[in-house]
Design a protein around this ligand. Structure first.
Ligand SMILES: [Zn+2]
Length: 421
């Protein structure tokens, strides 16, 4: 319901809403549930309850942004990430790691945009002509956003539909703006407003030197964490995944940056160590066999052996699969190195009259399989749900092996098989 006060403005009601929200968050924070469940309560209990007051009162966008900052500080704690963790990591749908949380600001903008359209295009002449303003403050204007969204939609009619980040890779088709019905247009405008929000988030990501590194992960499809997946994840694994993708783990170089250590030295080899060093390029770790352990563990779990070879003597066909576990930003590089090595081998097979295929599969060490894994599975006839499940197992195993290596970064390596038990 909406309160009409004698002051005839919404200020008190807005203040009450903010206080109400803070109390809800504090109550949830105090309950004894695990953090990820608290995040779920925000998403499904608190967020929907805030949308009504945000719709009916003239709340300026700056107030909503301040509310979102309060929410973020709770969400960071509940998701097990530090205060410095970028809010992009919580809401960005175009990030390499998408988690199913919705931003209050985004919901607010969509709600206000819908209100603008409904007033403007109302079938009731009196409503149309009343000239009701949807007041959202100076920083962001709902009517301007609707105008811009409509212009963009008209424009994309001309240039054709393009792929949209929010809905994953691939082409998303929508009906032509010029031919769409009123209801369809209203939906399209709301989706476009979301897309504009997402674009501005991605623009901000570019300016983040450290926490925006995932923008350079080439050939790595996005990983979407569903609520189901989060449910079954141990809290420390979820927190490790988030912190490793955005590079906010207490690696030796980060500790120096944060003023918590004097030297950024690796405890194993003595060289300066960032997260990449710990997880994929420390020489001592390499000669200890730590990376080898992660690589082999992967293969055992997926019921395959290293350097799988499948062949048919009758039809003279041979398929070889080679796996590497590189740092995500180097996935394309390692591709080139491996290519030469196996080209020679397939050439030899071809010379002897065999049909030979070599698949090079790469899984980023933070649990991000490269596009090549999808292709390899389909070439081997593994498709649909089976492929999807297999890929998520590979991602999970790599990520938890890396978590293990991270935990053992300062300890002597006594072999993964013993340590895992
Ligand atoms: Zn080292």
């Amino acid at each position: 319901m909406k309160w009409f006060r004698d002051s005839l403005n919404d200020q008190q009601s807005i203040k009450d809403t903010v206080v109400q929200m803070e109390n809800w968050l504090k109550d949830v924070d105090k309950c004894g549930l695990a953090g990820k469940f608290k995040a779920w309560i925000y998403q499904h209990g608190i967020l929907p309850r805030l949308l009504w007051p945000l719709l009916v009162y003239s709340v300026p966008s700056s107030t909503v942004e301040a509310m979102e900052r309060t929410i973020n500080s709770f969400l960071r704690r509940w998701m097990g990430v530090p205060k410095s963790f970028t809010s992009l990591g919580l809401y960005c749908t175009g990030s390499k790691l998408q988690i199913p949380l919705r931003s209050l600001t985004e919901e607010y903008k969509v709600t206000k945009a819908r209100k603008v359209i409904m007033l403007r295009d109302s079938s009731d002449e009196k409503v149309r002509e009343a000239g009701v303003q949807v007041n959202t403050g100076r920083k962001w204007r709902a009517d301007k956003a609707v105008e811009e969204a409509e212009a963009r939609l008209r424009h994309s009619d001309i240039v054709g539909n393009v792929a949209h980040g929010r809905l994953g890779f691939g082409c998303v088709t929508r009906s032509q703006w010029s031919k769409a019905s009123a209801i369809d247009r209203r939906i399209q405008v709301q989706e476009e407003v979301l897309r504009m929000e997402e674009e501005s988030r991605l623009t901000r990501a570019v300016t983040l030197r450290k926490q925006g590194k995932w923008l350079n992960w080439e050939g790595v499809p996005q990983r979407k964490l569903t609520l189901n997946a989060i449910w079954t994840m141990e809290s420390d694994r979820l927190s490790f995944l988030l912190k490793s993708v955005y590079d906010v783990l207490p690696s030796p170089t980060n500790l120096v940056t944060w003023g918590l250590a004097e030297k950024p030295d690796c405890k194993l080899c003595g060289r300066p160590a960032n997260l990449e060093h710990v997880l994929s390029s420390c020489r001592t770790a390499l000669s200890d066999g730590r990376y080898r352990w992660r690589h082999d563990r992967e293969i055992t779990v997926t019921n395959q052996r290293p350097d799988i070879v499948l062949w048919s003597a009758a039809s003279k066909q041979v398929v070889m699969v080679e796996l590497t576990v590189p740092w995500e930003e180097r996935i394309e590089e390692s591709f080139e190195r491996k290519r030469e090595k196996y080209q020679a081998l397939t050439d030899t097979c071809t010379e002897k009259g065999w049909k030979a295929w070599c698949f090079r599969v790469k899984v980023g060490c933070r649990g991000f399989p490269a596009q090549s894994l999808w292709r390899t599975f389909s070439r081997l006839g593994v498709t649909g749900q089976v492929r999807k499940r297999a890929i998520s197992v590979v991602a999970r195993e790599t990520e938890s092996a890396s978590l293990w290596l991270w935990r053992k970064r300062e300890e002597k390596w006594i072999g993964g098989h013993r340590a895992v038990d």
